[in-house]
Design a protein around this ligand. Structure first.
Ligand SMILES: [Zn+2]
Length: 366
């Protein structure tokens, strides 16, 4: 019975944590509930970096009622000084009777240390209940904090015959209006959106998050552009208030063009290594170092192909639209050499599919 109650309080804490999705990055999404004699006396979640952590918000709401309470937290409380002081110390100060933690924090600075510190202070601690939920909710954080690399999701729409455009490169629109709205909802969950320069030149997109759920959300736009072909009159430049625009280019690219772009407010990053193409692994490492915890790659097919070939994609959102495009010259989702044998193909795991209007959306992991 006690376990059943613990589960429902943790579930409540998870619903709170969900509210942080897309906002708290690069921090994890965490929720907390404080219960005293069967009554919820405090609850909260971590809104965004610099704001108090979930357990602190909940403890503050509970005030003196925190003493001898049960605290339910979706993630192990931190033990280190980050942008805010360590939460274990705040917990120890108010002395709850029991702390129920769903998942341990994968951050090596915290992992198991939070639990240990609480136990040392004589507080009863349990962990592991509903921890699977955390792996899914915090999939971005899990990769970012352990590998210092952003979580990479790829998003694209194809026809029934696997084409992303016609032979004349027309791709507007393969998916339905409702699906495209869903994509805007999805964009908000990521720190950055990435496209190749050809897509930017061809489509002249804004790459902004246009969805009522994400009002005020800033998303970084990343363009990979080895020769700095980025047009100075690209429409995206008018959207700088909705997030940074970063162009990754090579050492040999024109400094004069870079200067002109910088003047317009665009960030230009010169990658130190010299090669003929922008090195994707180098870009991802740079983003990880600069607290970009997640990237949504939206194309085009050359960028997606390189991403898949180098096995850099963690998750895919694939829209299959009930259209047959045909044509040998019409590009398909993947170019490149491709696999020799079926057994060499990339295989999606943990697949989830659903329908929006007449489109089928497939989500899966690599
Ligand atoms: Zn904390």
């Amino acid at each position: 019975m006690k376990n059943f109650k613990d589960i429902s309080y943790l579930q409540m804490a998870y619903s709170l944590a969900e509210k942080a999705k897309g906002w708290a990055s690069p921090n994890p999404y965490v929720g907390a509930v404080i219960v005293k004699r069967g009554i919820i006396v405090g609850y909260g979640y971590h809104e965004k970096p610099g704001k108090p952590h979930a357990e602190l918000v909940a403890l503050q709401m509970a005030g003196p009622l925190s003493r001898s309470s049960s605290a339910f937290i979706t993630l192990e409380p931190c033990v280190h000084w980050g942008r805010t002081p360590p939460c274990v110390e705040s917990l120890i100060q108010v002395r709850p009777k029991r702390v129920v933690i769903s998942a341990l924090d994968p951050n090596p600075l915290v992992f198991k240390k939070g639990v240990k510190r609480l136990r040392q202070a004589g507080i009863q601690v349990s962990s592991g209940l509903l921890e699977e939920k955390n792996k899914y909710l915090n999939e971005i954080y899990l990769k970012y904090i352990t590998k210092k690399l952003p979580f990479v999701a790829a998003k694209t729409a194809i026809s029934l015959d696997g084409k992303i455009a016609t032979k004349k490169f027309d791709s507007r629109w393969i998916s339905s209006r409702q699906t495209r709205e869903y994509v805007h909802l999805l964009r908000g969950e990521y720190d950055a959106i990435m496209v190749g320069i050809s897509t930017l030149i061809k489509d002249d997109p804004f790459l902004t998050v246009r969805h009522r759920n994400w009002k005020g959300k800033k998303t970084t736009r990343i363009i990979l552009d080895s020769r700095l072909r980025f047009p100075l009159n690209a429409r995206i430049i008018s959207t700088l208030s909705q997030g940074k625009i970063m162009i990754f280019t090579l050492k040999k690219a024109s400094r004069k063009k870079a200067e002109a772009l910088t003047k317009k407010g665009v960030d230009v990053v010169f990658l130190p290594r010299s090669s003929s193409k922008v090195d994707l692994q180098e870009v991802l490492a740079w983003l990880g170092r600069n607290e970009i915890a997640s990237v949504l790659v939206e194309g085009g097919s050359l960028l997606l192909t390189s991403m898949f070939e180098q096995k850099l994609v963690d998750k895919i959102f694939l829209t299959i639209s009930p259209k047959l495009i045909g044509g040998r010259e019409a590009p398909s989702i993947l170019q490149g050499d491709g696999a020799d044998c079926i057994k060499d193909s990339l295989v999606l795991k943990r697949i989830n599919s659903f329908q929006i209007d007449e489109d089928i959306i497939i989500e899966g992991y690599f």
